[in-house]
Design a protein around this ligand. Sequence first.
Ligand SMILES: NC(=O)c1ccc[n+]([C@@H]2O[C@H](COP(=O)([O-])OP(=O)(O)OC[C@H]3O[C@@H](n4cnc5c(N)ncnc54)[C@H](OP(=O)(O)O)[C@@H]3O)[C@@H](O)[C@H]2O)c1
Length: 331
Amino acid sequence: MVLVTGGTGLVGAHLVLHLIENGENVRAIYRNLESIQKTKDLFLLYKKENLFEKIDWIQADVIDVPSLEIAFENVEYVYHCAALISFNPKDEDLLRKINIEGTANIVNFCVAKAVKKLCFVSSIAALGDLKENEKIITEEAEWNPEKPHSDYAISKYGAEMEIWRGQQEGLNSVIINPGVILGPTIWEQGSGILFKRIEKGFPFYTKGMTGFIAVTDVVKIAVELMKSDLINERFTLIAQNMVFRDLFNSIADALNVKRPAIYASPLLIEIFWRIDWFLSIIFRWKRKLNPATAKSSYSKNLYSNEKIKKTLGTEFIDIHTYIKEISSLRS
Ligand SMILES: NC(=O)c1ccc[n+]([C@@H]2O[C@H](COP(=O)([O-])OP(=O)(O)OC[C@H]3O[C@@H](n4cnc5c(N)ncnc54)[C@H](OP(=O)(O)O)[C@@H]3O)[C@@H](O)[C@H]2O)c1
C-alpha cells in the first residue's frame, strides 16, 4: 500500500492519479469531504473518473497523531505532499505546526511502522543561499539563517530537518525541491490564481525570475526516485528558470488575452505592499502582498536542475508548451 498525504492538493491529486494508472494500491488522507471534490474534479478533467473509486480515502490530519494511526496500517511507501503554502504573516504559527510538526509526525510513523521509503515534497524555498561569487542555487547551497527567508521557507527547511532526523533513525527517504509548480487551473491557489488574474486583465509584470516546473513532471520524477535505489538525497526540480514577464506573456497568449503591459518596478512593489498592509488594517481585508511576496516578485533566483538530469536522465516538459496544454484543459 502506498500512502499519499496532501492527496486533495495539486501535487498529491496528480500523484494519486499517476500511481493508480500504474496499478498501485493507493491510500490518501483528506481533512474534509469538500476537499476530496477537488481530486474528483481533477480526475474528471483528465477523463479518468472511473479510477477515482480506487482511492482508499482515510480522514486524517498530519497534526493529529491518533488520526494518522489508521492511515499508516499496512503502508510500505509514503509520499508526503501535505503542507500549508502561505505567505500571510498571520500564518507563521500554523506554518510551523503543519509543515514542521506535521512532517515530524509523518517521519515518526514511517520509522515506527518500518516504512520502506519516504518521498518528501519540499521546495526550492528550502534550498540554501548563494555565497558571494555564486550565481546558481544547487542542492549544495548552504542555508544561511542570517539571510531573510519567508515563514514558508523556514517551515519547509524545518521540515527537511525532520526528514534528515528520520534518516539518522534508519528511514530511507528522498527529498524533492520543486520550483513553482504549474498545473490545471481548477486549484484556486498558486498558478491557478495567476491564470485567472491574467485572464481578467491583470496589468502588471515584473522582471523577477525563478524556476518553474509542470506538476506532471514533479509526479513522474517523484515516482522514479521512489522506485530507484537512491536514498538520503535531495533533488531540485525545475524545468527552466524564467522571468515573470515571460511567464505572464506566455499565459496571456495561451488564454488569448492582453499581455500585462505595466512594469512593476521593485520600488513600486515596495510601495504597493505597504498600501495593501495599511488598507488591510482599515478595511480588515486579507492582505494580497507582504514583504516576502513583494521581494520574491522582483528577486532574480537561478536554480540548477543538473543533478536530477544527470541522475535520472530527466527531460522536462517545456513550460510554454505546458502552459498551452493546461490552458486548453480548462473546463
Ligand atoms: N504549488 C507549488 O508551486 C509548490 C512549489 C514547490 C513546492 N511545493 C510543495 O509541494 C507540496 C504540495 O503542494 P501543492 O501545490 O499540492 O499544495 P496544495 O494544492 O495547497 O495542497 C496542499 C495539500 O496539503 C493538505 N494539507 C494541508 N494541511 C494539512 C494537514 N494539517 N493535514 C493533512 N493535510 C493537509 C491539503 O489538504 P486540504 O485539501 O484539506 O486543504 C492539500 O491536500 C507542498 O509540500 C508544497 O510545499 C509546492
